[in-house]
Write a protein of this length. Structure first.
Length: 95
């Protein structure tokens, strides 16, 4: 599922200990982000996929609107990572 998830799906990922990865630029991330989010900009996602896979956790990706996180989810899913697009970072700000 690469589209926008519903609240129940996000909650189930949270309960599984998902790692939130914000794929916005460093500047965007610094202007506001979820309290436990990690910042890996979209242009670095493919290169960091191996490192992300070693986390052995489900992943929730987010961005400003959900478009870049949708792209990131597709990249990570193609690498065999359990990932869901969380949409705008505010959706997962308290994870």
């Amino acid at each position: 599922m690469l589209g926008m998830p519903d609240a129940d799906l996000l909650q189930s990922y949270k309960e599984k200990g998902a790692v939130v990865i914000d794929v916005r630029t460093k500047g965007e991330f610094q202007s506001g982000h979820g309290k436990n989010a990690k910042n890996i900009p979209l242009d670095q996602i493919a290169a960091q996929a191996g490192k992300i896979k070693t986390m052995n956790k489900p992943i929730i990706v987010c961005c400003r609107s959900g478009a870049r996180s949708g792209q990131a989810a597709g990249i990570l899913k193609s690498k065999g990572i359990d990932v869901v697009n969380g949409g705008p970072w505010q959706n997962v700000a308290n994870f």
